[in-house]
Write a protein that binds this ligand. Structure first.
Ligand code: F6P
Length: 425
C-alpha cells in the first residue's frame, strides 16, 4: 500500500509585499519535516475553484526564494472572493464558491489551508473558518495596519525603501534649496510615513492620525529658513486627510474594492508654492515600496510566520492567525484581528521623540514644547503675522547665522560651511 502523506495548502492573497516568498519557504520546509505535502494555490483564493489551479511545493522548487520579492504563487486583490466592502462592511462570499472550495479541500485531502493576506484577505479566511473549513492566517501588508500583531512583514522593507528615497531627496533638496515632498503608501495608517520620516530625517510628517494645516506646514518651512536651513523634507502619507477632512484619491471605485488613494503629495506641494513661494518638488514613491526583496527583519519575521502557521495546523488551532507580540510569535483568532485598523498612536513614544527633536506633524507652529506634548495650536492670524509680506523667497538670516560670523573664513570654506549648516538634519 502506498503511503499517503498528509497535505496542506497555502495561498497568497491581496496586494503583494516583500516577504511572501519567505513565508512560503518557511511553511514548506517546516511542513516537509513534519510529514506533510504542500500545494500552493495560484493567484490567491482564485486558484481554489473553477478552475482549481495549484502547484506542488517542495524543498526543491522553493529553494532560493527567501530573498525574492513578490510571490511565486501570484496574487489577486479580492477578485471573486471579496468578503468586505470598503474598509469594514462585511459581505457574504457566494455560497456556490464556498461549496466549490469545500470540494477542492475534499478532493486534495487538505488538512488545512494557510491564507497569507491583509485585512480583506483574512476576512475571507474568517468566512472559510465559519463555514467549517480548516484554515489559518498569516498577516501581511506593507501598511502595518493589522491589529493583534506589532508588525506585519513587508512593512520594514517598505520603510527601508522610503528611507532610502528620503536620503536621496535630502541631498538634492539641500543642493537646490528646495522643498521636497515625498508621498508614501499606507492607506489609512501613518506607519510608513512616521517610521520613514524619522529614519530619513524628515522635517514635516503628515499622517492620517494627526490633523494638520497648511499654515503649520508652511510655518515649519519658514522656521527652517530662518535657521539657515533653506530646504525642507516633507513626508506625507497617502491617507493623510486634507485639513478640510477630504481624502485625495487616484481613482474612485464603484465595485467592492477600496478606493485607490494617491495624489496628496501634489496638493501639498502646490499649496506650499502658492502660499510661501518656495520652489517645491514632489516624489510619489508608489509601488517601489512593495517591490524588491525583504529586509533582514522581514525575512526573519516572514520565515517565523510561515513556520508557525504550519504549527497551528498541526496543533489544530484553526481560525487562528499568527502574530508577533514581541518577543514572541503567537496566535489570535483571525476575527479579533480583521476589520480593526491599527493606526499610529498620536501620543506614542515615536511621535513624542519626533516632536521633541523638532519634527513637525503640521498640527502646531511650535515645535519646541514640553517633552512629549504638542504645544497648543497658534491661530492662523498669529502665524500669518510671522510670514514675510513678500513672496517669502528671501528670508533674512538671524544674526547668529548671518554670514558675518563666517567673515574670517576663506570664501570656499564659507560656502562649504553654509552648505553643511543647511544640510544639517
Ligand atoms: O495595502 C497595500 C497598498 O500598497 C497600500 O499602501 C496602497 O494604498 C494600495 O495597496 C495600493 O493598491 P494597488 O496596488 O491596488 O494600487
Amino acid at each position: 500500500m502506498s503511503h499517503v502523506a498528509k497535505r496542506i495548502g497555502i495561498l497568497t492573497s491581496g496586494g503583494d509585499c516583500p516577504g511572501l516568498n519567505a513565508v512560503i519557504r518557511g511553511a514548506v520546509k517546516t511542513a516537509e519535516r513534519h510529514g506533510y505535502d504542500v500545494v500552493g494555490f495560484i493567484k490567491g483564493y482564485e486558484g481554489l475553484v473553477d478552475p482549481v489551479t495549484y502547484i506542488p511545493l517542495n524543498g526543491k522548487n522553493t529553494a532560493g526564494i527567501l530573498t525574492q520579492g513578490g510571490t511565486i504563487l501570484g496574487s489577486t486583490n479580492k477578485g471573486r472572493f471579496a468578503a468586505t466592502v470598503g474598509v469594514q462592511d462585511r459581505i457574504e462570499i457566494d455560497p456556490v464558491l464556498m461549496a466549490g472550495v469545500q470540494a477542492t479541500y475534499e478532493q486534495l485531502g487538505l488538512e488545512g489551508l494557510i491564507c497569507v493576506g491583509g485585512d480583506g484577505s483574512l476576512a475571507v479566511a474568517q468566512q472559510f473558518h465559519e463555514f467549517g473549513l480548516p484554515v489559518v492566517g498569516v498577516p501581511k501588508t506593507i501598511d502595518n495596519d493589522l491589529s493583534a500583531t506589532a508588525f506585519t512583514f513587508g512593512f520594514d522593507s517598505a520603510v527601508a525603501c522610503a528611507t532610502d528615497a528620503l536620503d536621496r531627496l535630502h541631498t538634492t533638496a539641500a543642493s537646490h534649496e528646495r522643498v521636497l515632498v515625498l508621498e508614501v503608501m499606507g492607506r489609512h495608517a501613518g506607519w510608513i510615513g512616521l517610521y520613514s520620516g524619522i529614519a530619513g530625517g524628515g522635517d514635516v510628517i503628515l499622517i492620517p492620525e494627526i490633523p494638520w494645516t497648511f499654515e503649520n506646514v508652511c510655518g515649519k518651512i519658514l522656521e527652517r529658513d530662518q535657521q539657515g536651513k533653506k530646504f525642507t523634507l516633507v513626508v506625507v502619507a497617502e491617507g493623510a486627510e486634507l485639513p478640510d477632512g477630504e481624502l485625495v484619491t487616484a481613482e474612485r471605485r464603484q465595485d467592492t474594492r477600496q478606493t485607490r488613494l494617491g495624489g496628496i503629495g501634489n496638493v501639498v506641494a502646490y499649496e506650499i508654492e502658492k502660499r510661501i513661494g518656495r520652489e517645491t518638488r514632489v516624489c510619489v514613491l508608489g509601488h517601489l515600496q512593495r517591490g524588491g526583496g525583504p529586509t533582514t527583519f522581514d525575512r526573519v519575521l516572514a520565515t517565523q510566520f510561515g513556520s508557525h502557521a504550519v504549527r497551528l495546523i498541526i496543533e489544530g488551532k484553526f481560525g487562528d492567525m499568527v502574530c508577533y507580540q514581541p518577543p514572541s510569535i503567537m496566535s489570535v483568532p483571525i476575527v479579533t484581528a480583521v476589520n480593526k485598523l491599527s493606526q499610529v498612536d498620536a501620543n506614542s513614544s515615536a511621535v513624542q521623540a519626533a516632536r521633541a527633536m523638532g519634527i513637525s506633524f503640521g498640527d502646531t507652529t511650535e515645535t519646541v514644547g514640553p517633552f512629549g506634548r504638542p504645544n497648543a495650536l497658534k491661530s492662523n492670524e498669529s502665524l500669518n503675522e510671522s510670514l514675510p509680506s513678500s513672496e517669502c523667497t528671501d528670508i533674512e538670516l538671524t544674526p547668529e547665522l548671518s554670514p558675518a560670523g563666517l567673515e574670517a573664513m576663506p570664501a570656499e570654506w564659507e560656502a562649504a560651511a553654509a552648505y553643511a549648516d543647511a544640510a544639517m538634519w
